[in-house]
Design a protein around this ligand. Structure first.
Ligand SMILES: Cc1cc2nc3c(=O)[nH]c(=O)nc-3n(C[C@H](O)[C@H](O)[C@H](O)COP(=O)(O)OP(=O)(O)OC[C@H]3O[C@@H](n4cnc5c(N)ncnc54)[C@H](O)[C@@H]3O)c2cc1C
Length: 355
């Protein structure tokens, strides 16, 4: 994929998408398929480089991703709270892991095949009059302007398109990930409120490596303390992190709408990730596809997105409840644990794709 080139005459596109994460690429593939001229601008030179645990839920997403991209698929989940340990199993897969760079390459290929244009190394710096945007080529430092009929902000949790719309981000989670070499079989979740408040830590196996990380609401624990607590937990689990670089990022769950005249927000830019679990790839892809259909057909009902918004609000209420005190988060986790163990609920109950 070359994708990148810089012309010096502004062009008009039906749709310009800022950001080539899963949301932006899903949107681009769909708008191009629907016959709309589509340009994606991505500031990084590589698609898919992103701090992420790479966990995707079976019902939500994994069915949309070809088998070749599955790292590992799990029919069992090991859950550990402060007081209990259990294994939840299902006859069908519950979760799989994917490598974000492989997913990015796959999605970019599909968007290009559909006719979208993708330019890498293009940092969008400003938007003018809701009709044109300026960007800088990060290698040559040259500036360029393009004109759009519709603009899609798919530029993640620190979205500049969202800032242009004057929508502050007040509710964010923070995630930290270490990708370490190794081979293990099982997927583990640790709901330990004394270390991670209403958040959790994870062990997600890949082929030949393991993602270990933690997620927490930024209001409850600042990044430095999260990292310190995470290192304590990793040591308890017997992981050596020597020489491994961590990656970290914010996860925006402050949803304030997705449609603002001719400008749309999707994925983390819209604040559509789960505040409870940090799950955001599914919301990004579904919101990208839905917004594409909505741009093509102003009467499109966007029902898939409405379902995500409903689940998102439910998760946000749970975060607000659990975040009130350590006692409440411990109570919620132990309750959730019993409900999963007794099969009163299954894993789907906490997925963003829940119907
Ligand atoms: C540590 C961690 C672990 C996570 N684990 C999981 C998990 O296991 N499962 C899950 O479902 N979710 C997980 N998430 C959340 C998930 O990564 C995000 O919700 C998802 O990537 C959102 O997709 P997106 O397309 O909206 O945005 P992003 O993937 O963030 O993509 C945005 C893109 O926009 C580009 N961009 C930004 N600004 C500009 C600009 N000005 N000009 C041009 N381009 C720009 C960026 O370079 C980036 O490529 C995790 C997040 C973190 C931080």
């Amino acid at each position: 994929m070359t994708g990148f080139f810089c012309n010096f005459i502004s062009m008009r596109y039906d749709v310009i998408i800022v950001g080539a994460g899963p949301g932006g690429l899903a949107c681009a593939e769909r708008t191009a398929t629907l016959g709309l001229s589509t340009l994606v601008l991505e500031r990084q030179s590589i698609i898919g480089k992103k701090a992420c645990g790479g966990g995707i839920t079976w019902n939500g997403l994994i069915k949309k991703v070809p088998d070749a991209l599955h790292e590992k698929v799990f029919t069992k989940q090991f859950i550990h709270t402060r007081y209990q340990n259990t294994c939840v199993s299902s006859p069908t897969p519950i979760i799989a892991t994917i490598n974000r760079e492989k997913l990015g390459r796959h999605m970019a290929q599909k968007a290009l095949q559909a006719g979208a244009e993708i330019r890498l190394g293009c940092n969008v710096t400003s938007i003018e009059n809701g009709t044109r945007l300026n960007y800088t080529d990060t290698v040559t430092k040259k500036h360029q302007q393009e004109i759009f009929t519709h603009l899609v902000g798919a530029d993640g949790s620190s979205s500049m398109v969202r800032r242009y719309l004057d929508l502050p981000v007040l509710s964010v989670g923070i995630g930290i990930n270490y990708q370490i070499p190794g081979n293990i079989h099982d997927m583990h979740w640790y709901l330990n409120s004394s270390l991670f408040k209403s958040g959790y830590s994870w062990i997600f196996p890949y082929n030949g490596s393991i993602s270990i990380g933690a997620y927490v609401d930024n209001k409850k624990l600042k990044a430095g303390i999260l990292h310190k607590n995470f290192l304590r937990w990793a040591k308890q689990q017997g992981f050596s992190l020597k020489g491994v670089q961590p990656s970290a990022g914010y996860i925006n769950y402050d949803f304030k709408g997705y449609h603002f005249g001719n400008i749309f927000l999707i994925g983390d830019a819209a604040g559509l990730a789960s505040g409870l679990t940090g799950e955001g790839i599914y919301s990004a892809i579904v919101s990208g596809e839905t917004v594409a259909k909505r741009i093509h057909d102003p009467l499109y009902r966007c029902d898939e997105l409405k379902n995500i918004i409903k689940n998102h609000r439910r998760h946000k209420r749970m975060v607000a409840f659990a975040g009130k005190s350590n006692i409440l988060s411990t109570f919620l986790f132990e309750l959730l644990f019993v409900a999963l163990k007794t099969r009163l609920i299954n894993f789907k109950a906490v997925e963003m794709s829940r119907e």
